[in-house]
Design a protein around this ligand. Structure first.
Ligand SMILES: Nc1ncnc2c1ncn2[C@@H]1O[C@H](COP(=O)(O)OP(=O)(O)OP(=O)(O)O)[C@@H](O)[C@H]1O
Ligand SMILES: [Mg+2]
Length: 246
């Protein structure tokens, strides 16, 4: 079954066309990388898939459900998780507070839980065990803004995964990291994201792409230039010319 099916997706900002008639499918469990030059429309595409933006035209199906107009929080409840090009954590709150907010969001009866000691204890327990899992329990009282950038990224992606998503949308997860920090992120994606989770990964980092992706989609000027397995994309002359500047 397809985790995602996109049909004729189009996005204008005012009179400016940013994505034109994009159609593709992503089978469940696939890891698809999206590459393309700056301004190609990669982040805009993720924003449409995750509901931060409404398309001008076209449709998005998530496991056959039409989600084209579904708000972002509803998409989270049916199994989408998203990390941003710039980490989106609350930088003034501590590591533990950020984690508790995510765990709280996962509770079924969120309004009840803030009023009961039992509910609070359950969220605190889940946050503790998640942070122990991520190897960040020792840093629980640090404000997130004071963590090393690599730790912020790691926390953000780990928190996405803690929601148990069916689809993980990652926008340049190694952006701004050192090579070692980047490798740690790649290991985390390969080691912790189960094979059943579908991953869409926007990236410029070729090492990341070829270490993680099954297929690569190349966006160029708002259209799909190519979409194929890594080896064929690597050898595609148009891609080499337009994207890699070869
Ligand atoms: N909210 C907006 N309003 C107007 N134009 C926008 C908006 N968001 C993006 N754009 C424009 O849409 C185009 C695509 O932007 P987008 O951020 O999707 O590119 P990208 O492929 O993610 O680029 P990068 O690699 O630099 O992150 C750009 O020309 C950008 O200026
Ligand atoms: Mg972008």
């Amino acid at each position: 079954m397809d985790a995602l099916r996109v049909e004729g997706l189009t996005k204008y900002f005012g009179g400016v066309k940013v994505l034109e008639d994009i159609s593709f499918e992503v089978p469940a469990g696939e890891r698809l990388a999206i590459i393309g030059p700056n301004g190609a429309g990669k982040t805009t595409l993720l924003n449409l898939l995750n509901g931060q933006l409404e398309p001008t035209g076209g449709s998005i199906f998530f496991f056959e459900q039409d989600i084209t107009r579904l708000p972002t929080h509803r998409r989270a409840h049916i199994g989408q998780a998203r990390s941003f090009q710039i980490p989106s954590l609350f930088t003034k709150l501590t590591v533990l507070e950020n984690t508790m907010l995510v765990m709280h969001g996962l509770e079924r009866s969120r309004l009840d839980m803030v009023r009961t000691a039992g509910g609070y204890a359950r969220v605190a327990d889940r946050a503790r065990s998640a942070l122990e899992d991520f190897g960040l329990w020792d840093k629980r009282d640090e404000p997130v803004g004071r963590l090393a950038y690599g730790d912020q990224r790691r926390l953000e992606i780990n928190l996405c995964m803690a929601t148990g998503p069916k689809l993980l949308l990652l926008d340049e997860p190694t952006n701004g990291l050192t090579r070692e920090e980047g490798v740690a992120i790649i290991d985390m994606i390969n080691g912790r994201v189960g094979a059943e989770v579908t991953v869409l990964l926007v990236a410029h980092d070729m090492h990341l792409i070829f270490s993680v992706a099954d297929r690569v989609m190349v966006l160029y000027d708002g259209s799909i230039l190519a979409c194929d397995v890594c080896e064929r994309i690597r050898c595609d002359d148009r891609v080499r010319e337009i994207y890699m500047g070869v």
